[in-house]
Design a protein around this ligand. Sequence first.
Ligand SMILES: O=P(O)(O)O[C@@H]1C[C@H](O)[C@@H](CO)O1
Ligand SMILES: Nc1nc2[nH]cnc2c(=O)[nH]1
Length: 301
Amino acid sequence: MCFKMCSCNNNIYTYEKLSEIKDFLKEKIKNEPKIGIICGSGLGSLGNAIADAVSIDYADIPDFPVSTVEGHVGRFIFGHIRGTAVACMQGRFHYYEGYPLSICAMPVRLMKLLGVSYLIASNAAGGLNPKYKVGDIMLQKDHFNIMGLAGLGPHIGPNDSRFGPRFFPMTNAYDESILNKVRQIVKDLKMENKVHEGVYTCVGGPNYETVADVRALISLGVDSVGMSTVHEVIAARQCGIRCFAFSLITNICSTEYGTTTEDHSCSTEVHSEEVLKVGKDMEDELRIFVEEIVEAISQDT
Ligand SMILES: O=P(O)(O)O[C@@H]1C[C@H](O)[C@@H](CO)O1
Ligand SMILES: Nc1nc2[nH]cnc2c(=O)[nH]1
């Protein structure tokens, strides 16, 4: 299948096509997943604690895109976390890979067809809020949809109401009742010193931000910047999935021009190696954090 799409959005992932993919997956999995989990860059190990795991590589799913980025394995893991059936994406699709936002967010619609009613999305992000440190976690209280303001979204083009209404609110995009449960988990796990709440934004990437970009985003009230999640949450809210998302702060975005070192790099530059390393360093702590969240959500009826 050709993944090229024009901006007028002839979405190849129609309801019928996603139903075919759903049927293909359903034959391979034992239980209907209740919670969908999307692992951010370097955070794939969140899926390693899944019991009764059935792994399905994206490459083995008919007509499915593939992950092209380091830190994104490119497979679904279906199974259980603390007794709750989950569908975990070890690898997501990004706009900068050349996929339109409708394809980047398509797996969320697929998860809905599989039975998912809650989404936990994670991302690696740069910290803009001066209080943030590398290794901190930012619970997404909200997002600022820069790409949407520029007319890009997962839902541009003809609307199939089986995926949800044409117009829908985003006022409570991030579910307050899940956030309350997570606030309690943060206290119980004694993580208050490294957990914040803030506003995330997704930019097109794949380059990181200039100093001017960073200063502008800060002035707009944004606390963390990445290259994903927003369009996934939009697709999720359109089809009625309740959402929780968090950023792992993998680097601090620089508001000052750095000094150039002898090898012509810059003292304040961010590199993808450090982004992935911070994810790796945090994997055990984050896995427990996500397990607790799954358990708390599963008590919600
Ligand atoms: O998939 P996420 O949003 O975690 O990935 C972020 C954005 C880029 O893909 C990558 C940059 O290092 O991390
Ligand atoms: N756009 C963006 N994405 C990131 N992902 C991890 N760190 C960053 C960052 O600083 N900027």
